[in-house]
Every structure is written in structure tokens, then in C-alpha cells.
Ligand binder design. Structure first.
Ligand code: GDP
Ligand code: MG
Length: 381
């Protein structure tokens, strides 16, 4: 009698998987393939896609502007400049890029966490400071100071300038941060309490030996603060969707934090863009953090695929991106959590995150291809 075996495809590119020829398409490790053949719930990628996915989650600088920023930062390194790193408290994850971190590691780094006003007032600044500190520490940076700001005009900004003036000891200050992290807003608010005591004007210049524009603010007759161009956030869901969808997923007024109890058959849909499926584990209380206009829904995991496809036309859960017309265009990651009883986040960069106590659950995350997913101890505990 003939033997029959299931033919498996790469979950990302759809190519038929094989483990015979490492040079041919669809190659994957024989052990993984053998395991997947007997375990139908396992997700497998060909080696090529696997490498792409790993690379994507280790965000590296990609575009040209980023290269120029690194060039400018060579000056910061050479002159022992001070780094003022602006981070978006909501869309934090793409912030720490390897090349950038390596460049400024040995300098004094001050961090400004922006958009505090999006979060409930009950959350203490300290909570955000601890989170930022932990993430920077992971990359070998100990920030000298972390300041949390929002869109209100308050003393924080005046204090910020004062503190920076003292700390920098006549060195130049280089302000860096991802695009839309809030650099210009911070500067505009600081300028309200800034007095230019120098003979030099505030101006934009093309930074020497580069082709990028920077804002140059004189701090003394011989030193400046430079606002550098935004670092690309090419792994953010925001960069993967059209303008009107971007507007919906980027919080303006506030975020919503609905809670759910997820069992091993339930999934949480975040608009038509992201899904968190709990595959294994006891019922878990989950808090979702997303922009106020994003719709969400808890459904049975067995219905996810069908729902996502029908939602493309029905649009019963918004937003929907027309760039993701079929299920193959989403990436899928699977996390097996530790059993440490601590609060963890799984975040889809730029879209939002879930927060829950880790107890060995298996969680599958579906997200627009190319956006990064990150697991860490919780931002808000
Ligand atoms: N809610 C809120 N929005 C902010 C804050 N700072 C900046 N934004 C918004 O974030 C977007 C990008 O800000 P911008 O300062 O231009 O960022 P840049 O690209 O880093 O210079 C704009 O829509 C701002 O209105 C803040 O503290 N709170
Ligand atoms: Mg700007």
C-alpha cells in the first residue's frame, strides 16, 4: 500500500518545505521538519524566512538617514557629547537599535519619555522610569537621568533645561529618537523657557559632511543642542499601513485598557491587524493597551482565520489595512512564557500590547508582516 505523508509549507512564504537540499528553496532543518510532520499545530518556516524573521526582531539600522545619524554621532563620540534620547512611551519598542546603542554606549545618556498624557494619571512616573531603565540596561546603557513628560506645559521642561545645562559641562548635546517620538514637541516646549544669551541664532543647518538637516540651538557661545533627524521606525506597525490606518492606531488623546480572561481556546483581535491567541495554559487575566479608536474583540481561536478574511470586506472590526489582503501576509510568532509569576508584556510595535502574569502559557501572535513583536517584563505593573 502506498504511504502518504503531509506536505508542509513555510508559514511565511508558502514554499514547500524540504530538508534534503540546503541550497534549494524551502530548506529547513530535518529535525524541525520531522517534528512538524507529526505535530499539526506547529508553525514552521523555511530557513530563509526564519532568518528574515530573526533579523526583523533584532532591529538594525536600515535606511540612509540612519547612516547619516550615525555619522553625526561620531562627532558626539569624538567630543564626549551628551545624548538626549527621546522615547515614545506608547511606541517604545523600535527605539533601541543595535548600531545606535553601540555608538552612544559610552556617552552620558539622558532619556526623555514622552506622551505621558496618553496614560491614566494613576500610573506613577516611576513606573515608566523603571521600565525605560530596564530596557536600556538590557542594551548596556545606564541612563544618567530619565524624565517623563506629556503634552502639558509645566515646570518639567524648565527643570529639564536647567539640569541639562549643569550636566553637560559645556559639551554639545545631541537629541536623538525615532520619527514621531516627540523631539520637536519637547524642543518647542523647552524653548518657551529658554533664553538665548549667546550671539548665535537658532537655525536649521545641513550638518557638516552629511546631507541631513538638523536644528541647531546655541547653549553657549561655543556649544549647541542638535535635534537630529528621526531614526526610522521601519519595524513599527505604523510604517506598514496606509495613512488613515496610521491615524487610528496612533493614540492622540488617550489609550484604552480593556481586560479579558483568556483561556486556551480564545483569541484577542486588535482591529484587523493583530491577534493574540492563547494556545495553552490556565485562564489568564489579560489587559490590552491600544489607541482609543482601535476596535477589539475576543473570539474563539478556531474562528480567527475566517474572521480575519471576512473582516477585510465586512470591516466589522476597525482598522483594516488594504495592504494585507490575505492571511499569508501576516507573520506569526509563538511565545512559550516562563512560569515566573511576574507581569509580562507582549507587544506589537506601534499597535499596542497585552499584559498578563506569566505562568507558562503558549501565546501565538499574528501581526502585519515586517512589524516587530517584543516580549518583556511589563511596562506598567
Ligand atoms: N499626546 C501627546 N502627543 C505628543 C506628545 N509629543 C508629541 N506628540 C505628538 O506626536 C507626533 C510627533 O511629534 P513630533 O514632536 O513632531 O515628533 P518628532 O518627529 O520626534 O519631532 C505629533 O503628532 C505630536 O503632536 C505628547 O507629549 N503627548
Ligand atoms: Mg521633529
Amino acid at each position: 500500500m502506498a504511504k502518504c505523508k503531509r506536505v508542509l509549507r513555510c508559514h511565511r512564504c508558502g514554499k514547500i518545505l524540504q530538508s534534503d537540499d540546503p541550497k534549494a528553496v524551502g530548506y529547513t532543518n530535518p529535525q524541525i521538519l520531522a517534528e512538524a510532520e507529526t505535530n499539526s499545530s506547529m508553525i514552521v518556516y523555511c530557513d530563509e524566512c526564519h532568518d528574515i524573521l530573526v533579523a526583523m526582531n533584532n532591529t538594525k539600522l536600515s535606511d540612509e538617514v540612519d547612516e547619516q545619524i550615525l555619522k553625526i554621532l561620531d562627532d558626539a563620540v569624538a567630543s564626549d557629547g551628551v545624548i538626549l534620547w527621546v522615547v515614545d512611551l506608547f511606541a517604545f519598542n523600535g527605539t533601541l537599535k543595535e548600531n545606535l546603542v553601540n555608538k552612544v554606549k559610552n556617552l552620558d545618556v539622558y532619556v526623555i519619555g514622552t506622551k505621558r498624557d496618553l496614560f491614566p494619571k494613576t500610573i506613577k512616573d516611576e513606573t515608566f522610569q523603571n521600565y525605560i531603565n530596564e530596557r536600556f540596561n538590557e542594551y548596556g546603557i545606564t541612563p544618567k537621568n530619565i524624565i517623563i513628560v506629556g503634552n502639558e506645559l509645566n515646570e518639567t521642561y524648565a527643570k529639564l533645561i536647567e539640569r541639562l545645562q549643569k550636566a553637560r559641562q559645556a559639551h554639545d548635546v545631541y537629541m536623538i529618537g525615532t520619527t514621531t517620538s516627540g523631539k520637536t514637541s519637547v524642543i518647542n516646549r523647552c524653548l518657551k523657557s529658554y533664553k538665548n544669551k549667546t550671539k548665535r541664532p537658532i537655525r536649521t543647518i545641513i550638518y557638516p559632511k552629511t546631507s541631513v538637516q538638523v536644528l541647531e540651538i546655541p547653549l553657549s557661545n561655543s556649544s549647541f543642542l542638535y535635534e537630529l533627524p528621526g531614526i526610522s521606525n521601519d519595524t513599527s506597525a505604523v510604517s506598514k499601513v496606509e495613512k488613515d490606518v496610521q491615524k487610528i492606531i496612533t493614540p492622540k488623546k488617550g489609550i484604552q485598557t480593556p481586560t479579558f480572561t483568556m483561556d486556551d481556546k480564545s483569541s484577542l483581535l486588535v482591529g484587523g491587524l493583530g491577534v493574540f491567541s492563547f494556545m495553552r495554559g490556565k485562564p489568564t487575566k489579560v489587559k490590552l493597551y491600544i489607541a482609543d479608536e482601535v476596535e477589539f474583540k475576543k473570539i474563539s481561536t478556531s474562528k480567527v482565520r475566517e474572521f480575519m478574511i471576512s473582516n477585510l470586506t465586512k470591516r466589522s472590526l476597525r482598522p483594516v489595512s488594504d495592504r494585507y489582503r490575505d492571511f499569508q501576509q501576516y507573520d506569526i510568532f509563538q511565545y512559550t512564557m516562563e512560569d515566573d509569576g511576574l507581569s509580562h508584556d507582549i507587544s506589537i510595535e506601534g499597535l499596542g500590547w497585552i499584559s498578563f502574569i506569566a505562568k507558562g502559557q503558549v501565546i501565538r501572535v499574528i501581526l502585519p508582516r515586517g512589524s516587530a513583536v517584543k516580549e518583556s517584563l511589563s511596562k506598567i505593573r
